[in-house]
Ligand binder design. Sequence first.
Ligand code: CP
Ligand code: NVA
Length: 308
Amino acid sequence: MKAHAMKHYLQFSDLSATEYAYLFERAALIKKKFKTYERHQPLVDRTLAMIFEKASTRTRVSFEAGMYQLGGSVVHLTTGDSQLGRAEPIEDSAKVISRMVDLVMIRTFEQTKIECFAQHSRVPVINGLTNEFHPCQILADIFTYIEHRGSIEGKTVAWVGDGNNMANTWLQASEILGFKVHLSTPSGYEVDQSIAGIRSADSYQVFDDPMQACVGADLVTTDVWTSMGYEAENEARKTAFANWCVDPEMMGVAKSDALFMHCLPAHRGEEVAAEVIDGAQSVVWDEAENRLHAQKALMEYLLLGRIG
Ligand code: CP
Ligand code: NVA
């Protein structure tokens, strides 16, 4: 029997500021051990099922390598090679899979699908990206910010681009961790506060001009113009997003020590100029690596609760 209540991680708002403070500390410790080849295996005999209904490089490698490093093992399922792609009800899949493993990570389309799975799961479920949210990425991004600059509380994050799953999750995080988001999206691609799932508009400010959103920012961040699942809109988006490319001029109006982040994969010359993503202010490789350490802390927490 588990000594702590079961928790899912379906949205950033599923954890509190206190829990995030713990996870960031724990991720730092787990990272230090990883770097010094010190074994850290609290999840021996535990199994993670990873379900991918969309493509992935970072999420797959970080969860799979992470679970093995923690002493556990992994089962990898995709829509194409399981009954998930042949219309087995989500409820049934959740009941079956969660009787055989200890933890489930899902990358899918609608948030309602992962919520349905979680409702019928006996074990914790982690959101590895949905159309609406990408909480594991923002967990790693904020851990990365803290490593480079200290607390994110009171800081300003400029979001330049699509009002997508990443933007929604940044907004949720700003309410919980007490920072501000400057949002600039092309017309028609705005963040919907109700989808973002935030209570008030206090933690963000909307700018028509992406350059204005970057003025005085501590962190400038963006993402692809076309997210997975929206490929049919690609050409229309290329036209609409033409001015939403993070270039050296935009970085130039942010604070002089501002960081640049991108969850990757990136398209140089579209949402970001090569000089920016490959430049001195960019921390995108740390961000990608930190998916591993942050998610190891998350998996440990969901399965074992607070340690120490
Ligand atoms: N950033 C991110 O989630 O990358 P993948 O799509 O490669 O998993
Ligand atoms: N917003 C992007 C993020 C990819 C990691 C997508 O959903 O495709």
